[in-house]
Design a protein around this ligand. Structure first.
Ligand SMILES: O=C(O)c1ccccc1NCC(=O)[C@H](O)[C@H](O)COP(=O)(O)O
Length: 234
């Protein structure tokens, strides 16, 4: 089987994902704010965990234009695939230690966002000779899309964007401590393929702050206009 095609079909060069969605109300809020995708967390350690039945209701309600990304950490292939099917997910996001076979098998079924910490990126993107030349896979050939995130996902801790500038892989997504106040700067520095946030957009874990969700999408779109002018009609 060949890997599933890229996650989303937004006309913009920047995807915006609102993670940690636990209710239909908040899913519709994010969709209405113009997000490309909602994140539905199935990782057992999360305070934002959602049941597959609720996730399925959300998936059916937001419709095909909004991505439904299932978030998994240290979970077996069988569990991921069964949950994805039951919840009508359109993509999966994988945290934790997994093999390349795990990722390529999953990619036969769903577009995959593979989450790495900055320290892991160094190992991935440097050439075998040890020099710091990034060996970036062309986007169309990769079986997953990278996402850079802080060591503790969902903790609101921003990455040091400046120090990542030289090694940030083309098309990778960015997470970690993003919110309406800083997303524009992050986009300007790293030109990521997507941005993702959770704790900066909440009133409490798993409950969105509507104003902050709307402001985040708006600020990200405005920044994308400047960072990717070629993607927008003149
Ligand atoms: O958010 C969680 O509770 C979580 C727990 C375990 C694995 C992943 C989790 N979240 C995944 C995300 O994609 C978050 O949006 C990302 O880590 C950014 O979080 P934040 O820094 O709070 O914006």
């Amino acid at each position: 089987m060949t890997p599933a095609s890229p996650p989303f079909t937004s006309p913009y060069s920047l995807r915006v994902k609102i993670c940690g969605t636990t209710s239909l109300h908040d899913a519709l809020l994010s969709a209405g704010a113009g997000a490309d995708a909602v994140g539905l967390i199935f990782a057992s350690i999360s305070r934002r965990r959602v049941a597959a039945e609720v996730a399925r209701e959300i998936s059916l309600a937001v419709g095909p234009a909004v991505g439904r990304v299932g978030v998994f950490m240290d979970q077996g292939l069988d569990e991921v695939l069964r949950t994805a099917e039951a919840s009508r997910l359109s993509a999966v996001q994988i945290h934790g230690e997994v093999s390349s076979l795990y990722l390529s098998t999953l990619a036969c079924y769903y577009p995959v966002l593979r989450v790495l910490r900055p320290a892991e990126l160094a190992g991935q993107s440097t050439s075998p000779g040890g020099d710091q030349t990034p060996t970036i896979q062309p986007r169309g050939l990769a079986d997953h899309t990278l996402m850079l995130d802080a060591p503790n996902p969902g903790s609101g801790q921003p990455l040091d964007w400046e120090s990542l500038r030289a090694s940030f892989p083309a098309g990778a997504w960015l997470a970690g401590g993003l919110g309406p106040e800083n997303v524009a700067r992050a986009i300007q520095v790293l030109r990521p393929g997507g941005v993702d946030a959770v704790s900066g957009l909440e009133n409490s874990p798993g409950v969105k702050n509507p104003g902050r969700v709307r402001d985040f999408v708006r600020e990200a779109r405005k920044a994308a206009l400047l960072a990717f002018p070629e993607s927008y009609p003149q």
